[in-house]
Design a protein around this ligand. Structure first.
Ligand code: 9WN
Length: 427
């Protein structure tokens, strides 16, 4: 594997700060130089989490710059575009056409999709760790109503299955784009148009998953980003345990923050209980949480790192937690990997050790599972996930993701959330 001389904690911390500084636009941190030159929703939110213990103001600026892209519906978009690089990433603003939509904010171009609603958990993390209490309290008062609106959007416009969970309407909304759990719903889509392709025709792969990603974007855009279209016609609607597990943890975070904002915690606690009941009722089968394809009416047979998302809930029944930990530590996940946590179960035929969300280990999901282990008092698991994640970045650098067997880096270098969450793990 690619390896670096042993890096001590202080040097690793300095390297992490220099990646974050290099990827900063002043208000936002882009995921990585080159490929991802815009502000991404959960990337930025993980950056705020990583900054929380060290720089309250900068963490707040990161969240506020993302929320500047929030739609009047409450939706927080998955990309807030940086004007200088509009055409570098495809699909850019010309495809999304957010500014033509009355619910989109003025003066900023965004995508029309969202990503896992991690912001309330991040705001609570900032509040909990802030040395600067006044700045943190002011931040909570300012951001709390925006997050109430975001959660309201998920409740009213995304419960497409009517069972109390939020559905995602595109694989990009999961943050785990090419996970094998989306293969079946993508392959069930009707044949797609290709008029939007920017590549030369000779480069076209016939009817690839990317074509299908684009067909979903265009269908939703052309409906006018209409929630009724999403409910009744949009062909991709899936309930994802990681997205909903994060939403549940964010409801619990809003309950903690409500008194700081002078609001009532009760509705957030009730929302968390509703989501927990729905997760157990709708997504639990054969010892794991699974993705439910609402259009096909089926649960996925594949378990992924997303299957552990509901462990972020401190109120998840102990027997379910125990079953999840057995699976996590088994040869399907951590037991057979050199480095935690493979993004897809190793025994699945779709597992691919070097392909993004089809196998590699990621710093952000390791951080989430470490947090989940902490809320259930699993000290050994907390230690392993923390130390092995630091081992990955020490050896291979702040890569986008890592081979779960030998720890070598994959994807972009100088990846922001890998650097930011390292700062949190070093604390
Ligand atoms: C589409 C930015 C994003 C991450 C996702 C990751 C990847 C984008 C892409 O990059 O997704 O949103 O172009 O593949 O899968 O988690 O937020 O880093």
């Amino acid at each position: 594997m690619e390896s670096r001389a042993a890096v001590d904690d202080a040097a690793l911390g300095r390297e992490a700060w220099s990646v974050l500084d290099a990827n900063s636009t002043g208000a936002a941190t882009v995921p990585a130089p080159g490929l991802y030159p815009h502000q991404w929703n959960w990337d930025s939110t993980f950056v705020a989490i990583g900054l929380a213990r060290w720089d309250t103001r900068r963490a707040g600026t990161e969240l506020l710059s993302l929320l500047a892209g929030q739609w009047h519906t409450g939706m927080v978009p998955h990309i807030v575009f940086q004007p200088a690089h509009e055409e570098v990433y495809f699909p850019g603003p010309a495809i999304w056409r957010s500014t033509e939509h009355r619910a989109a904010p003025h003066g900023v171009c965004t995508s029309g999709l969202t990503q896992p609603p991690l912001q309330a958990l991040a705001l609570w993390w900032v509040w909990r760790h802030a040395a600067d209490r006044d700045t943190a309290a002011a931040l909570v008062r300012r951001i709390y109503p925006m997050l109430v609106a975001q959660h309201g959007y998920l409740t009213t416009s995304r419960d497409l299955g009517g069972g109390g969970l939020a559905a995602i309407v595109h694989p990009w909304e999961s943050g785990m784009d090419d996970s094998p759990v989306w293969d079946a719903p993508l392959e069930a889509l009707p044949p797609v148009r290709r008029a939007y392709r920017r590549e030369e025709p000779s480069q076209w792969q016939p009817d690839s998953h990317h074509d299908r990603y684009m067909a979903l974007v265009l269908g939703y855009r052309d409906s006018g980003y209409d929630p009724v279209y999403l409910r009744d016609e949009h062909p991709f609607a899936v309930e994802d345990p990681m997205f909903n597990g994060i939403w549940l943890a964010s409801c619990q975070a809003l309950a903690e923050l409500a008194p700081v904002a002078g609001a009532d915690a009760g509705p957030h606690r009730e929302a968390a209980e509703r989501i927990r009941a729905a997760l157990l009722d709708r997504l639990w089968a054969d010892g794991a949480f699974r993705v439910r394809d609402l259009r096909a009416g089926r649960l996925s047979s594949i378990r992924t790192v997303g299957s552990f998302g509901p462990m972020l809930d401190a109120g998840l029944p102990a027997d379910r937690v125990a079953e999840l930990v057995v699976t996590l530590e088994s040869a399907s996940f951590m037991g057979a990997a050199g480095y935690p946590v493979p993004s897809c179960e190793i025994r699945a035929p779709q597992f691919d050790r070097s392909c993004y969300w089809r196998g590699p280990s990621w710093v952000n999901t390791n951080w989430l599972l470490r947090r989940a282990a902490a809320v259930h008092g699993l000290a050994g698991l907390v230690r392993v996930l923390g130390s092995q994640t630091l081992r990955l970045v020490r050896q291979a650098g702040f890569r986008e993701c890592f081979d779960p067997f030998d720890g070598s880096g994959r994807g972009s270098r100088d990846f922001s959330w890998s650097a930011a969450l390292t700062l949190d793990l070093l604390a």
